[in-house]
Design a protein around this ligand. Structure first.
Ligand SMILES: [Cu+2]
Length: 124
C-alpha cells in the first residue's frame, strides 16, 4: 500500500464510523402502549411511547384522535424521569379505532414525527 495514502484512509474510516452516531441521536419510537396496530379488550387509560433517545418535553406532542378526528386525550403530556417516555392520559374510550399522532424533538434538536392506530374492541 502507498504509505502516503494510509493516513487518509484511516481518517476516512473514522469519519464514516462517526457520522451515523449523529443521525442516531434522533428519537424514534422503541415501544408503544397500546402496541402499534393492536386491538385491546379494555379501554386504556393512557398512551405511552418510549423513544430510543432522550426527548425535549417542551417541544413534544402526543395526541389521540377517534375515527372522526375528535381529540380523545386529556391534553397534558408527561415525560417520565427516563427522559424518553412520553405519556398522555385518555378520556374514557368507546369501542373503535384510534389514531395516535406524535412529534418529538430529540436532545440534538432534530424533530421526528409519526402516527399509528390501535383499536378498542367493542361491545356490540
Ligand atoms: Cu438528530
Amino acid at each position: 500500500m502507498n504509505k502516503g495514502l494510509f493516513p487518509h484512509l484511516v481518517l476516512l474510516v473514522v469519519t464514516v464510523l462517526l457520522l451515523p452516531r449523529a443521525a442516531l441521536a434522533h428519537a424514534f419510537p422503541e415501544a408503544e402502549e397500546p402496541k402499534v396496530g393492536s386491538t385491546v379488550t379494555s379501554p386504556p387509560e393512557q398512551v405511552a411511547i418510549r423513544f430510543d433517545a432522550p426527548i425535549e418535553a417542551l417541544f413534544s406532542k402526543l395526541e389521540v384522535l377517534d375515527s372522526s378526528g375528535q381529540s380523545e386525550d386529556e391534553g397534558t403530556l408527561q415525560v417520565n424521569a427516563d427522559t424518553r417516555t412520553l405519556t398522555v392520559q385518555l378520556k374514557s374510550l368507546a369501542p373503535g379505532e384510534y389514531t395516535v399522532k406524535w412529534s418529538v424533538v430529540a436532545k440534538d434538536g432534530h424533530r421526528t414525527e409519526g402516527s399509528y392506530t390501535f383499536t378498542v374492541a367493542g361491545g356490540s
